[in-house]
Design a binder for this molecule. Sequence first.
Ligand SMILES: Nc1ncnc2c1ncn2[C@@H]1O[C@H](COP(=O)(O)OP(=O)(O)O)[C@@H](O)[C@H]1O
Ligand SMILES: [Mg+2]
Length: 260
Amino acid sequence: MAVVSTFCKKGGVGKTTFIGYLAHYYATTGKKVLILSVDDQNSVFKLFGEEDKIFEVGDNYLEFLMAGHAELGDVLIEVRENLYIIKTLNTDKLSMKLTLERAQEKTLNYIIKQYSTFFDYIFIDFPPSSSRLTEVLLDMSDGIIVVVGLDSLGLNGFINTIQYFVDNDIDLNNIKYILPNGYSVNRRAPRISLETLQTQAKEFTPNATVLPPLKEKAIIKNIQAEGVSVFDDKPLPRYDQDAKDGLKKDLLELFTYIKM
Ligand SMILES: Nc1ncnc2c1ncn2[C@@H]1O[C@H](COP(=O)(O)OP(=O)(O)O)[C@@H](O)[C@H]1O
Ligand SMILES: [Mg+2]
């Protein structure tokens, strides 16, 4: 069992997209997979066309589990075969409790341990904002993939991430991979080269592998708008189908580098 996280102190760089697809891919190979969404927006549901499950009323949130008001199985939301998501609503409140009560950290540890007896993989999708909850879960991660946009803001996000790890005593060696994303949120931010990122990575995270970049692909936004995952078999119109097959091929190639 492995706990794998995507993280970056910058939003919109592709954290959710990458971890969601990685998780779905493992699920299609027969692994039992859990995604822990500790982002209040729970945007990972969008990848699977299950957005209505975000706001479904009920006690099926991590905080209810932490408070002992729900059982381990109650909070699991099945989105695909072998693929479950746990959602979060009040990460700030949860974080405050973690800060105030030492026992809460033990509870969280215990919960992750329990799930790890059921699941082959636990993937954690983080928000760019930081909190005690983020620190504790990053610490529990066996491997962190830092996603970095290939522009000046993306590079700042990478540096801020390093600074954040250092400030909070999170082991930089937990960063196993750096994923450059060719997609740029801000069209006005100057692009940076892969070499620039590699140089920075060598300086700050010498033990991390810089993966080949994920190219900018319009199909990613299109299928996410349709709620179709790249690893779904549902046929699409010809043009989209070709683009989706291309994306799938690129992702599978990228995934071969990830050994966890
Ligand atoms: N390589 C890419 N090409 C095109 N669009 C992308 C790419 N990577 C991510 N996106 C889009 O960018 C937006 C932000 O991605 P997301 O995974 O939600 O980032 P984060 O979780 O870091 O905030 C989403 O709309 C997603 O569809
Ligand atoms: Mg996200």
